[in-house]
Design a protein around this ligand. Structure first.
Ligand SMILES: *Cc1c(COP(=O)(O)O)cnc(C)c1O
Length: 630
């Protein structure tokens, strides 16, 4: 059974047919001050807590005018309090007269009990009123397990979700989507929507129809249809997921929800991960066509991709070449290290502050490349002074590699400082810009960078399938015969593209290439790397600030944070990442586990087809999760 709990409103929903009690009590209270108020003026805001309700009625110009004419010396704020107090004393007697269960409630309760579905209530009644009603209802066989008024939620009532979420928490229901909130007023529906519960409106005997049982029974069939249709459309306009006539229609709706749920197409989740990431529909749709690789058109498109990559990297066609390499990003890194570095008389220095720097060291081990590792703390940038002194201590170094955005934490390493200086020492430079290229501007030529590495499935927002290397021509031209692997020979791959007008060596990921070409078009149409950087940075700032408010502290400082991905420390030792992951997944978001070695952390990506409202929605979900969990 999908539904775990049903939360009921009181007046007009389970008791007090036509929601007469508050109307009578308010009318009596106003009458006490010699003011007549039309029933309709009271009805429109029913479901609010009673003090707010009086305030709203007194805010109406005609009523205010009547009051001022009669009591010119008593200010409106005081009037609100006096009328509220009067209604409170009037309603106690009125409640006793009207606290009769609506037809169908008893049958429904029997059904819910049989199904093991929990029952709770929220209400616009005050606690004093509720305390009167509970025993009267219990005597008739209706006894919710929990009853919440706004006095239990710091005075925050409908249309806010607080009462409903609190009732669910007390019932032990963690996922509001598995709860039904039933009510007869617009404010009931708004409360349900805010809590992301299933909002069910009940029409007959409710406030939107606003008739006593006797009055309603006297209507003709067509009159009944007219009033119920109108009430139903008001509740639907407020966002009701379902509208039922009588409360016991839930006995049919609840099993039907199981079927609806089972057949609901699962919406595509939003990936808040550092790649693969959420791509646009138009990028995805490019993959519906099969292409041959011998085709001239395909070769031209490959050349277009290569040319566009150089433009994004701020590198000229004369000085640089883009080389595509089948496989994931790591294949391109391995291909670059294994081809750029000669087998003899070469030493690689790797500046490491995370898992991707470590991975380069691991690749070097596999390929028998001598390497000097300069290891920094994972929450610190790879800063130049330390690299400089290591280079002085190791004059044998011929090649230098560093990660730009270290995706382990999301830290952005200062390649603008480091690379020109290392380059000036005559050392070949390699940057793993996997997770930053396309999302953070990089001036490859100005830096004097020899190799920049990225992949199809990161900030350009394509799908996974190939890595890409922007290589300085005079540098790569000298690497013939260096490769330790046939398939990963970057030099041979480069020469094949160059000598055969964009032909790939071996089978290429054709669908991925077409999707990538489309992603490049969309990147340009959206304003290029600068605009993309701005959007990611806005996502990141919103995420970091919003998470801080919810008690999640980032792993690294804001001044070294990239716009790509943000790592957060576990908020407590008991924090269960898997539970949060599953909860967000169920609600359409995929987040990422942490990779920092000495801190328990998790990660949320800001890249891909992800926009500010997505981050807002995520934060709202995490907020609700925290309310329910903590
Ligand atoms: C994604 C990424 C890689 C490559 O990882 P693959 O799983 O092989 O695609 C390498 N370096 C960094 C910094 C990355 O973010």
């Amino acid at each position: 059974m999908m539904i775990q709990a049903v939360i009921f409103d009181w007046a007009g929903t389970t008791i007090d047919y036509g929601s007469q009690a508050p109307i009578i009590a308010f009318q009596q209270a106003f009458h006490h001050f010699d003011i007549d108020i039309p029933t309709a003026d009271i009805r429109q805001d029913l479901g609010l807590d009673k003090l707010t309700h009086v305030k709203k009625m007194m805010a109406q110009p005609e009523i205010q005018a009547k009051w001022e004419a009669k009591y010119p010396t008593i200010p409106i704020e005081e009037a609100v309090i006096q009328i509220y107090r009067q209604s409170q004393s009037d309603i106690v007697t009125v409640l006793a007269e009207t606290a009769k269960l609506k037809p169908g409630v008893k049958a429904l309760m029997t059904y819910l009990e049989e199904q093991g579905i929990k029952v709770g209530s929220t209400t616009g009644y005050t606690q004093a009123m509720l305390d009167r009603v509970i025993p009267l209802a219990a005597k008739q066989g209706y006894q919710p397990q929990v009853n919440v008024t706004s006095e239990q939620t710091n005075g925050v009532g409908r249309p806010n979700a607080d009462m409903l979420l609190y009732a669910l928490k007390r019932l032990g229901v963690n996922d509001p989507k598995r709860a039904i909130k039933v009510g007869d007023t617009v404010n009931d529906i708004l409360e349900a929507k805010q809590a992301h519960a299933i909002a069910v409106g009940v029409v007959v005997g409710g406030n939107q129809v606003g008739l006593s049982e006797k009055e309603y029974d006297l209507l003709s069939a067509s009159e009944k249809r007219a009033v119920t249709t109108k009430a139903a459309s008001q509740l639907k306009a407020a966002g009701a997921d379902y509208v039922i006539s009588n409360i016991d229609d839930l006995i049919r709706l609840i099993p039907a929800l199981d079927i609806i749920e089972a057949n609901r197409p699962t919406p595509e989740p939003i990936l808040l991960t550092p790649g693969p990431l959420t791509t646009s529909e138009t990028v995805k749709s490019q993959m519906l066509v099969d292409h041959g690789t011998w085709d001239d058109e395909y070769k031209r498109d490959t050349q277009a991709v290569r040319a566009e990559l150089l433009r994004l990297a701020n590198a000229s066609q004369e000085d640089y070449a883009a080389v595509l390499m089948q496989g994931s990003g790591t294949f391109a890194v391995e291909s670059t290290l294994g081809t750029a570095i000669p087998k003899k008389d070469a030493v690689l220095m790797i500046a490491i502050n995370g898992a991707y720097g470590q991975r380069m060291a691991q690749i070097a081990d596999y390929l028998d490349i001598r390497h000097v590792d300069v290891v920094f703390a994972e929450d610190e940038i790879t800063d130049w002074p330390r690299i400089q002194s290591e280079l002085t201590a190791h004059p044998e170094v011929t090649h230098f590699a560093v990660v730009h955005c270290e995706t382990t934490t999301g830290i952005l390493n200062p390649i603008e400082t480091i690379i020109p200086k290392v380059h000036a020492m005559g050392i070949t430079t390699i940057v793993d810009a996997m997770s930053s290229f396309g999302g953070v501007p990089i001036n490859t030529a100005d830096l004097g960078l020899d190799y920049l590495i990225s992949s199809s499935n990161k900030c350009v927002q394509g799908v996974p399938g190939f890595g890409l290397v922007i290589a300085k021509r005079p540098t790569i031209d000298q690497t013939k015969g260096n490769a330790r692997s046939l398939a990963l020979d970057l030099y041979d791959q480069y020469r094949t593209f160059e000598d055969h007008d964009g032909k790939w060596r071996f089978t290429s990921p054709t669908h991925v290439v077409y999707a990538f070409l489309q992603a490049l078009r969309e990147l340009n149409a959206a304003g290029g790397v600068t605009a993309r950087n701005r959007r990611y940075a806005e996502n990141e700032a919103k995420l970091r600030e919003g998470m801080a408010k919810l008690g999640y502290e980032p792993v690294i400082k804001a001044d070294v944070q990239s716009p790509i991905i943000t790592s957060f420390k576990y908020p407590s030792q008991q924090f269960d990442f898997q539970a949060l992951y599953e909860y967000l997944k169920k609600n359409g978001f995929i987040i990422y586990p942490g990779k920092v070695s000495n801190i328990d952390s998790f990660r949320i990506g800001n890249i891909g087809q992800v926009f500010a409202p997505d981050i807002d929605q995520l934060l709202e979900l995490i907020k609700q999760y925290s309310v329910v969990e903590v």
